[in-house]
Design a protein around this ligand. Sequence first.
Ligand code: PLP
Length: 420
Amino acid sequence: MWRAAAVRALRGGGAGAPRAASGAAAAQLRRRLESELEDIRGAGTWKSERVIASRQGPHLRLAGGGAGIINFCANNYLGLSSHPEVIRAAVEALEKFGAGLSSVRFICGTQSIHKDLEEKIARFHQREDAILYASCFDANAGIFEALLTPEDAVLSDELNHASIIDGIRLCKANKYRYKHMDMQDLEAKLKEAQKHRLRLVATDGAFSMDGDIAPLREICQLAQKYDALVFIDECHATGFLGPNGRGTDELLGVMDKVTIINSTLGKALGGAAGGYTTGPKPLIDLLRQRSRPYLFSNSLPPAVVGCASKALDLLMESNAIAQSMAAKTQRFRSKMTAAGFTISGKDHPICPVMLGDARLASVMAEDMLNRGIYVIGFSYPVVPKGKARIRVQISAVHSDEDIDRCVEAFTEVGRKHGAL
Ligand code: PLP
C-alpha cells in the first residue's frame, strides 16, 4: 500500500492531488477552455482576485504583506461590515441558533429570526411583507418567472444588473428593453405593451457601473399613465439614499408608487450575504409558493441573519449613519473633477473614473495599489467595450484624509499613464 502511495506521490498523483479526467472529450474541453482563457488575457480583460487578510473596512491588509491599504472598492457603504455591534449580533445568533438549517425554508428551515428579519425589512421599506433569499441575485432570478406569464409584459432598462436580465430571461412574459433612463423610449415601449394584460417596468434604483440614479419620479408617472407596475433593484441604494436611507424611492419621493423592491443584505446592510423582495403581501405569499431560488435553496445562516437584523436596527434607531455619506461623496467627486477626471453619475458614492481603454484601467488600478490605494478597473463584459473605468466607491467611514490621498494618487498615476 505504502509503496503504491509513494510511487503516486513521486509521479505527482499522491492522495489529495487533483485528478485530471481522462479521455478525448476531456482533452478537447481543456484545450478549448485554455484557448478561451488566453483570449481573455490577450484582450486585457482578465479579472484577478486580490486576497484580503483582514476584515472588510476602509483600511485593509492584503495577503502577502500589504498593510494599511485604503480600500475604495467595497460596497461597504456605511462601514457596517465590521461594526462591533453587527459582529456581536452575528456571534450571538450563531451561538443561539447554530451554524445553519441544513434545509430549505418550507421543509424545516424557518427560525424565528428569519420571520423577525422579514418583518423588519418590510417595516424599514414601509411595505406589507418581505421574503428572504440567499442573495439578491436569487431574488431577481426568482421574481419575474413567478409573477409574469405569456399574457404579461416586462419593460427593462438596457443597463439593468445582470441578475435582472437573467431573471427576465427565465420568464415567459413579453420582453421590452428601453434605452438607459430614456423616458421617451420607455413611453414608446409602454404604448406598444398596452396590448398585454399586465405591464411591469423593471429598473435598478441606482446603477452600479455608472453611479447614476434612475428617474423614478418620471418612471412612476409613466407607469401611472399606462397602467403599469414598477419594480426597483435597490442593492446600491438601501441603507443610504434618501433622508432615512430607505433608498431611491424615498430620495425621489415615490415610496407609495413603487410596487416591488428587491435588495441585498450583502452591501450596506452589514455586508454578509442575502437578499430579499418586499412588497404586497399576496406577492410575497406567491413567491413562497412558486419562486424557485427560494423553494430549492438553503435558508440563510443564522449569523448572516443576525448581521442584517442588527444593521437594520442601527439604521432605524437614527438616520445619522444614513446621512453620513453625502459629504464624503461630494468631496471625492468635486476634487477629482477639478483634477481633470471625468466621473460618471451624480451624487452617488459609486464614482466611476472614466478611462475608455481596458488596459489603461487595469494598469492604472495596479499602480494605484503601489501607492496604497485599492481600486479596481472594470472592462468588458462587465461594462460595454470602449467604456473601461476604475470604479471608486466611497464609504461613510473613509476619513477626509483617505479621500484626499486617493485623489492625489489618481492625479499622479493619471499623469504618468497619459490619462490627464
Ligand atoms: N443587483 C445589483 C444591482 C447588484 O449590484 C448586485 C450585486 O452585485 C446584485 C443585484 C446581486 O446581489 P447579491 O450580491 O446579494 O447577490
